[in-house]
Design a protein around this ligand. Structure first.
Ligand SMILES: [Zn+2]
Length: 72
């Protein structure tokens, strides 16, 4: 979640972020986790587009560091 530190989360963001870090989600199954992340991402896309832009710009850089084979 460190990518999202640079923006001002609205009330909905805070709710979703605490849901995402709740034990039900963290220890939940993969589908639950991906549903919740998708919900949060959708909210970001519609309400905080500048964050999504920043994340997208940051993503390839991080991917490359973590997964050197990704681009091969
Ligand atoms: Zn929000």
């Amino acid at each position: 979640m460190k990518l999202l530190l640079d923006f001002e989360p609205c009330k909905e963001c805070k709710t979703m972020m605490s849901e995402l870090s709740s034990p039900e989600i963290i220890f939940g199954d993969e589908k639950t986790r991906s549903d919740e992340s998708a919900k949060f991402l959708r909210h970001l896309t519609y309400n905080h587009n500048e964050v999504v832009q920043a994340v997208m710009e940051d993503l390839p850089k991080q991917k490359k560091d973590q997964e050197p084979d990704f681009y091969q």
